[in-house]
Every structure is written in structure tokens, then in C-alpha cells.
Design a protein around this ligand. Structure first.
Ligand code: NAD
Length: 508
């Protein structure tokens, strides 16, 4: 609890209402943040009004004029200091993430570690924003490309990774020379305010304008302002497919750029050649970790018919050992869902499974009693279903695992791909042919495809994202930085004649 109080102090949330810096304290509606852990009110903040929003975007525009001129390695050094500051506040921020979002303390701390890691990655990147040089077809000409910052990057984030996803975007955007305006989830405003305080300390110490990091707290409409705002060349949005379609259309209508990180419907194929002692913990962690509220959570298990019963029995046994409760306690496996409306979605999905003819190998339940007083705790469940059922095709953000059976590896891959989403996928097999087929162009159609590890828990070094209704965006590592910059091709003539390309003659 001490760490939570300290985190709230960092957030400036001392007396119920945020006392953060003036530019972060909106004039809009009051937002209350309740913890799903115990149902307690943690704090209240005021959302941004349209006027506040315009002020923050105006500050960002001004800040961009100076920030883009700071050499990239120097920007990297400032991001390095942000990483140091996050190290300093790791326990406080990680605890607040757990308490406000409801994930386990280990995962809350892990999320802050991910922020620190992306800072380190971005520091290295700040010296590696490489462009290519090309050989010109014209004599005495040099041709090359360079990458320039875009301007304002609008970041819309989801509740389930309330701080890490913002840092994936912002740390990379900052070394690229962009400035950021962040619209966090209205379900987790306090962690966002805490992050802004931490970052602003660093900006201030380096005499960098506050507008490099802007925050606009609020609900969907604030995200809509960002999507429709021509001053914002890139909107990076993480959340549901429904939200991504709205954002993509609004940004597309003004020919802006969007980077979309949307829902998943992730499957693991369990081959008859799988190492089951390796597979079972990966499945259970993937399905119940963060109470099934990761975009990469394991939702479908496609099991070879010859081992189906064995896998099912092992899962029943493993689920029987799960400890559900306060996620801040070290030995708890499963914490609460984010709020009671998420519990309703879980119940709706369970009903739809039953109506479609599904049965439960591990029965669902909404948990009651003193320890579950927030009303947000549910029993992770396992259902036997068919892939084509509408409920199986849909991402329910809760710990419901669907079991499916297959006969041939080709059939398994086709089932794995037969959903609208394309984020994460995995196969457990010790058979080389199967794993290579799964990873080939005829294999998984997802942005992430793993062998002998589960679907959830990506590292920041790779490009993260998925295909189809997952939105096609890539964030974090590899060359994902290119999305935050504009490419310019430059040709320089250092000769005394003016040869035209393609041998065209134009004589005066
Ligand atoms: P959500 O779509 O309800 O909200 C996400 C954010 O979008 C919030 O900040 C919300 O205010 C905003 N928003 C909602 N409608 C909007 C609109 N029309 N225009 C602009 N902004 C709008 O999602 P959620 O419940 O917070 O998060 C869960 C979802 O996020 C799941 O579908 C999950 O798979 C997805 N997710 C995806 C990734 C990924 O990287 N692919 C990562 C985390 C979460």
C-alpha cells in the first residue's frame, strides 16, 4: 500500500482530485478511477475539454519546432534519462499499474520493465536511423534517402497495458524527433498521469519544452478529436477492432497515417509430437494470465485428436490448482477483470457457448464473497466448441479457453487461420516438418508465430503487431521506427551538365 500512496503522490493525486501540472488538469468531466482489485475509489481526475485538447496540441506544435532540431543521439540521451527515472520509480509505478488495472504485481512490475527496455532500445536506435544510398543513373549525381520526423504522434491506448504500449510508441517517436500527445484509456487515467510526471521531470531537467509530451485524459471523444485532427500526421491506436475501424476511417478520410494494434484471437496448435510438460504451463499462462485480458492471450487450443483427452485432463488438473484473488499478493495466479461490464461480457460469451451447443470442461463462474467484493472476479474456464461458431470467431476479453480437435497438420493450420484476427499464434511440436510448415508462407497468417512457446509475452526487440482485423501495424523493435518518420529521397547534382533521368533530352 505504501508503494501505491507513493505512486499517487508522484501522480499529484493527493486529495481525490489530480493536482497535476496545470496543462494536464482538464476542464472537462470528472473521471473516477476505481480499482478492480477491491472496488475502492483510487482517485478522480478531470478529463480534457475540447479547449484543453487544442491547448495541448498547440503546445506540441510549438515544441516540435525545437525538438526536431535536437540531434537524434542527444534526444536518445534524454530518453536514456527517462529510462533511469522509470528504474527509480519502478516499484511505485508497477504497483499502481497492478492496483488500477488489476494485473498481478509481477506483471505490473514487468510492464514497467518493458518501458525501461524500450528506452534502452530507443537510445541505441537514436544512432541508427539509417537511410540507404543508391547509385544514380546520371553521372556526377548522388542519390540517397533520409528520414525526418513527422510532427505530432497521437497515441490512443487501451486499459490492459496502460503504460507499456504508450512507451513503445513515445520512446521511439521521441528519438525519431516527433512529439507525442497521449490519450490513455479512461479506465486507467492515474497511471498515465504518473508517467507524465516522471517524464516531465526529465524534460524540465534538460530544458526541453513540456509540449514534447502531452497528455489528454478522456473517453472516446478525445480519441475522435485526435483521429480527425489534421495537425496530427500519425495516430497510433491500440484497442479493440471496433475502435480501430473508427480510427482508421477517420484518419484515412483526411489521408493521415494510422498505426493500428487491435484485437487478437490467438491459437496454439498442440501436435501429437508436442512436449506436453512444456506446453501445459504455456497454455495456462497464456489463457489465464492478466485474467485473459492480453491482446496475445491464448483463446483457442487446436489439439491433435490422438492426445485430445490427455490434454483436456491435464488442463482440468492445472486449472484446479489456480489461485484467484488479490493480484498484489505474490502467490495469486489470476486477478480480476477490469470492471463489471467486462464480467457481463464474460457471462454473455459463456451463454453463447452454451446456446451454440458447447460444453465446459472447466465450468465458468462469477466469484462472490468478501475477497471478491469488487464484483470483477471470474473463474477461468475451458469450453469444447467448434471454430466456426460466431462466439469463437470473436475476441472475448476474459479467461475463456476454447478447445478444438484436428486430424492433419494442414487442417490445424487452416483452423488456426480461420478467424478474422491475425495477431499471435504458436505450435508445440518437436517435429521439424510441422514447425517449418507452420512458419512458412503456407502456415500461420499472424504477425507473431512461435514454436514451443505460447502466444503471449512478446519481447520488445521484435516488431509487434498483426494482420487482418488486428490492423496491420507494427510497433516496438526491429525497423518499426520507420512508421514514425517520413522518408525523403534526395538527388544532388555535383556536375556541370543537367542530364535528365531516363535519357530524356530537353534542349533550349
Ligand atoms: P477499446 O477499443 O475499448 O479502447 C481503447 C482506446 O480507444 C481507449 O483509449 C478508448 O477511449 C479509445 N477509443 C474507443 N473508441 C474510440 C473511437 N471511436 N475513436 C477514438 N478512440 C476511441 O479497447 P480496451 O477495452 O481498452 O482494450 C482491449 C482491446 O485492446 C482488446 O481488443 C485487445 O486485444 C486490444 N489490444 C491490442 C493490442 C495490440 O497490440 N494488438 C494491445 C493491447 C490491447
Amino acid at each position: 500500500m505504501q508503494a501505491i500512496l507513493e505512486a499517487l503522490r508522484i501522480s499529484g493525486i493527493n486529495h481525490g482530485i489530480s493536482t497535476g501540472l496545470a496543462s494536464w488538469e482538464g476542464q472537462g468531466e470528472e473521471l473516477s478511477s476505481f480499482s478492480p482489485v477491491d472496488g475502492q475509489l483510487i482517485g478522480k481526475v478531470r478529463a480534457a475539454s475540447r479547449e484543453d485538447y487544442d491547448t495541448v496540441v498547440g503546445q506540441a506544435q510549438e515544441a516540435f519546432k525545437t525538438w526536431r532540431l535536437v540531434p537524434a543521439p542527444k534526444r536518445g540521451d534524454i530518453v536514456r534519462q527517462m529510462g533511469d527515472q522509470l528504474r527509480k520509480y519502478k516499484t511505485e509505478l508497477g504497483t499502481l499499474v497492478s492496483y488500477e488495472m488489476g494485473k498481478s504485481l509481477q506483471e505490473g512490475l514487468g510492464e514497467v520493465q518493458e518501458m525501461i527496455d524500450i528506452c534502452d532500445f530507443a537510445v541505441g536506435l537514436s544512432r541508427q536511423l539509417y537511410g540507404l544510398t543508391m547509385h544514380s543513373e546520371r553521372p556526377s549525381h548522388r542519390m540517397y534517402e533520409q528520414w525526418h520526423p513527422l510532427g505530432i504522434v497521437g497515441i490512443i491506448s487501451a486499459f490492459n497495458f496502460p503504460v507499456a504500449v504508450w512507451s513503445w510508441n513515445s520512446m521511439i517517436a521521441w528519438v525519431c524527433g516527433d512529439v507525442c500527445v497521449w490519450k490513455p484509456s479512461e479506465k486507467t487515467p492515474l497511471t498515465a498521469i504518473a508517467c507524465q510526471h516522471i517524464i516531465q521531470e526529465v524534460l524540465k531537467a534538460n530544458d526541453v519544452p513540456e509540449g514534447v509530451s502531452g497528455l489528454v485524459v478522456g473517453a472516446r471523444e478525445v480519441g475522435e478529436w485526435l483521429s480527425n485532427d489534421e495537425r496530427v500526421p500519425l495516430v497510433s491506436a491500440t484497442g479493440s477492432t471496433r475502435m480501430g475501424k473508427a480510427v482508421g476511417q477517420a484518419v484515412g478520410a483526411r489521408l493521415g497515417r494510422s498505426l493500428l494494434e487491435l484485437g487478437g484471437n490467438n491459437a496454439i496448435i498442440i501436435s501429437q509430437h508436442a512436449d506436453l510438460p512444456l506446453a501445459i504451463p504455456a497454455i495456462v499462462f497464456g489463457a489465464v494470465g492478466t485474467a485473459g485480458q492480453r491482446c496475445t492471450s491464448t483463446r483457442r487450443l487446436i489439439i491433435h485428436e490422438s492426445i485430445y483427452e490427455d490434454v483436456k485432463q491435464r488442463l482440468i488438473k492445472a486449472y484446479g490448482q489456480l489461485r484467484i484473488g488479490n493480484p498484489l499478493e505474490a502467490d495469486v495466479h489470476v486477478g480480476p477483470l477490469i470492471d463489471t461490464s467486462a464480467v457481463k461480457s464474460y457471462q454473455t460469451a459463456v451463454n453463447e457457448v452454451r446456446i451454440a451447443g458447447g460444453t465446459f470442461a472447466v465450468e465458468p463462474a462469477v466469484l462472490t464473497g468478501e475477497a471478491f467484493a469488487s464484483g470483477c472476479y471470474v473463474q477461468p474456464c475451458v469450453a469444447e466448441v467448434e471454430n466456426h461458431w460466431p462466439i469463437v470467431q470473436y475476441e472475448t476479453f476474459a479467461p475463456i479457453l476454447y478447445l478444438l480437435k484436428y486430424h492433419t497438420i494442414e487442417e490445424a493450420i487452416s483452423l488456426q487461420n480461420a478467424v478474422p484476427q491475425g495477431l499471435s499464434s504458436a505450435i508445440f511440436t518437436l517435429n521439424l516438418r510441422e514447425s517449418e510448415l507452420f512458419l512458412s508462407q503456407a502456415g500461420s497468417d499472424c504477425g507473431i508465430a512461435n514454436v514451443n512457446i505460447g502466444t503471449s509475452g512478446a519481447e520488445i526487440g521484435g516488431a509487434f503487431g498483426g494482420e487482418k482485423e488486428t490492423g496491420g501495424g507494427r510497433e516496438s523493435g526491429s525497423d518499426a521506427w520507420r512508421a514514425y518518420m517520413r522518408r525523403q529521397t534526395n538527388t544532388i547534382n555535383y556536375g556541370t551538365t543537367l542530364p535528365l533521368a531516363q535519357g530524356i533530352k530537353f534542349e533550349l
